[in-house]
Design a protein around this ligand. Structure first.
Ligand code: PNS
Length: 167
């Protein structure tokens, strides 16, 4: 019987309800879903990889076929290590498409056996991004309905500590 493993790579800094929506959809159609946090990012992250791993593991606990890992280097190499046949990516709007298409083509060039599968999150998350969430938290705005409650609490603490440190 076919057992399809997919990898869902990203920065997840922090994980949002949009990410969880996609994980839920992916968990329904793949036999196994590996949420993969990128370590070697050039961007300076707000949360460490360990913190993001702990947040995602807590949020993904209800799905028994989902696990959370981190990776360094090329995504296609980590996908191969996981035995994944597919990579899952979310498309929120047309503006995501060009970047995602370029990445999908390049990943196909690097590993023609790995298929990229695009899924849409719920419409309510079509404008949601980790970057905007970090900015709103820094400026003290409402994040109602956009983050898991434990992630929101950690984000509020982190931005208030950063603000106090920069005074
Ligand atoms: O959530 P993000 O930041 O949009 O995720 C981007 C990510 C992690 C999927 C992408 O940067 C990635 O796969 N990086 C790993 C390095 C790699 O494989 N680069 C070649 C991509 S074509």
């Amino acid at each position: 019987m076919k057992h399809v493993v997919a990898i869902y790579p990203g920065s997840f800094d922090p994980p949002t309800n949009g990410h969880l929506d996609l994980i839920q959809r992916g968990a329904k159609i793949f036999d196994e879903l590996v949420v993969a946090i990128l370590c070697n990012t050039e961007k300076t992250a707000l949360f460490t990889v360990d913190e993001r791993m702990q947040m995602l593991r807590e949020c993904c606990a209800p799905w028994t076929n989902v696990r959370v890992e981190s990776f360094n280097g090329l995504m296609v190499d980590f996908a191969r290590q996981c035995g994944a046949q597919a990579v899952l990516r979310g498309i929120r709007a047309v503006s995501d498409y060009e970047y995602e298409l370029q990445m999908a083509w390049m990943n196909r060039k690097l590993d023609p056996t790995l298929e990229t599968v695009f899924m849409m999150p719920a419409g309510a998350y079509s404008y949601l991004s980790s970057r905007l969430v970090r900015e709103i938290a820094t400026l003290g705005g409402s994040l109602n309905g956009l983050l898991p409650p434990s992630v929101e609490a950690q984000l509020r603490t982190r931005v208030s500590v950063s603000a106090a440190g920069s005074k």
